[in-house]
Design a protein around this ligand. Structure first.
Ligand SMILES: Cc1cc2nc3c(=O)[nH]c(=O)nc-3n(C[C@H](O)[C@H](O)[C@H](O)COP(=O)(O)OP(=O)(O)OC[C@H]3O[C@@H](n4cnc5c(N)ncnc54)[C@H](O)[C@@H]3O)c2cc1C
Length: 281
C-alpha cells in the first residue's frame, strides 16, 4: 500500500478506499495544522486532483456542490441569492489562501462546532452525498454530523457532494459571524437565516441556524414557526426572544463565556432578521 495516493478519478479513489484505511484529504487546512510531519502516520488519499468532484451545478430540482469545491469556488460561482448566506460565510473563512484551497466538504467532515459552513448549510436544508464502491447514500446534514468532530461517514466512503433543494418561493438570506476580531477568526457565535416570501409579502418559510453555541450547530424550529405568516414591514425582526434560544448549550472557553454567547446569539439573530426585513422592504 502506498503511503500517499493522488487519484485522478473517483473510481480510483473509491477502489483504494475499499482496500485500505486511507485518510481522505482535500485542502489539508484542517488535517495538517494539528499534526507535525513526524506524527502523520495515516496513509493519505489526496482528492484534490479529481476534477469531477469540483463541479458546482444547477439541476432540475436542486443545486449540487462537488466535494472538492473550494470556498473561493462558492464566492466566485454564480449561485443565486438563496446562497448569499453561504457566500458570506465563505468570505469570512480564514484568508484568501485558505479560501483558495479549503473545501466546504472538508469543513463539514471535520465537524467542528465552529465550522462556518454548517449554519448556512443547515438553513439551506443541505444533504450530504456519500459514496463507496457500488453504493451511494444521501443523508441530511443534521444526521451526518453526529457530534463534536464526529460524523456518520464509514471508512470506505467519501463525501462526493452536497445537494441543496430548490426553494418553493423567492428567498433572501444572510450570515453573521461574531469573533474577537474582524478577520482570520474562529467564531464566538454565527447565525445563518433564510426567509421565503410569497407574492403577498408573507413569510412562508423561515430557516435559522446558530453555530458555536452547541456541539453541533442547531436550527431554531420554534422561532422559525413563529415567523411564518408574518408580513414584510410588520417588524418581524422583533419576534426572537431568549426562549427561542433555550436549546442552545454554549460553553465557556478561551474565546468567550457561555452567557455572552447566548446573549450575542440573540442579538445576531435579531440583526440578521432586521437586515433581511430592510432588504425585503
Ligand atoms: C489559518 C486557518 C484559518 C481557518 N479559518 C477558518 C474559519 O474562519 N472558519 C472555518 O470554518 N474554518 C477555518 N479553518 C479550517 C479549515 O480551513 C476549513 O474547515 C476548511 O474548509 C477545511 O477544508 P479542507 O479541504 O482543507 O479539509 P481537509 O483538511 O483536507 O480535511 C478535513 C477533514 O475532512 C476529511 N475529508 C475532507 N474531504 C473529504 C471527503 N470528500 N470525504 C470524506 N472525508 C473528507 C479529512 O479526512 C479530514 O478529516 C481555518 C484553517 C486555517 C489553517
Amino acid at each position: 500500500m502506498s503511503e500517499y495516493l493522488q487519484p485522478k478519478s473517483l473510481e480510483e479513489a473509491l477502489s483504494a478506499l475499499s482496500q485500505h484505511a486511507y485518510t481522505p484529504l482535500a485542502g489539508g487546512t484542517d488535517f495538517y495544522p494539528p499534526r507535525s510531519a513526524q506524527i502523520i502516520k495515516d496513509p493519505i488519499l489526496d482528492l484534490s486532483k479529481i476534477r469531477s468532484l469540483q463541479i458546482i451545478e444547477e439541476r432540475a430540482n436542486d443545486y449540487r456542490i462537488g466535494a472538492t469545491a473550494t470556498w473561493s469556488d462558492i464566492i466566485n460561482g454564480d449561485l443565486p441569492e438563496l446562497f448569499d448566506c453561504l457566500r458570506l460565510a465563505a468570505r469570512e473563512v480564514g484568508g484568501k489562501q485558505i479560501q483558495n484551497i479549503g473545501t466546504i466538504a472538508g469543513n463539514i467532515c471535520n465537524a467542528s462546532p465552529a465550522a462556518d459552513s454548517i449554519p448556512p448549510l443547515l438553513a439551506l436544508n443541505a444533504k450530504v452525498e456519500l459514496e463507496s464502491i457500488g453504493r451511494i447514500r444521501t443523508v441530511n446534514l443534521d444526521e451526518f454530523i453526529t457530534g463534536n468532530r464526529t460524523t456518520l461517514r464509514k471508512a470506505d466512503e467519501l463525501v462526493t457532494g452536497i445537494t441543496i433543494p430548490r426553494p418553493k418561493q423567492p428567498c433572501v438570506s444572510t450570515f453573521l459571524k461574531l469573533g474577537a476580531r474582524k478577520y482570520l477568526v474562529i467564531s464566538v457565535v454565527m447565525v445563518a437565516v433564510i426567509l421565503e416570501v410569497d407574492v403577498h409579502r408573507i413569510i412562508t418559510s423561515a430557516r435559522i441556524a446558530v453555530g458555536s453555541c452547541s456541539p453541533v450547530a442547531q436550527r431554531l424550529p420554534q422561532l422559525e414557526d413563529d415567523l411564518i405568516g408574518k408580513k414584510v414591514g410588520s417588524n418581524f425582526s422583533e419576534t426572537p426572544s431568549h426562549e427561542h434560544l433555550l436549546s442552545l448549550t454554549p460553553i465557556d472557553d478561551i474565546r468567550s463565556k457561555a452567557l455572552y454567547r447566548k446573549d450575542a446569539a440573540l442579538t445576531l439573530v435579531i440583526r440578521a432578521l432586521e437586515e433581511l426585513e430592510t432588504k425585503l422592504s
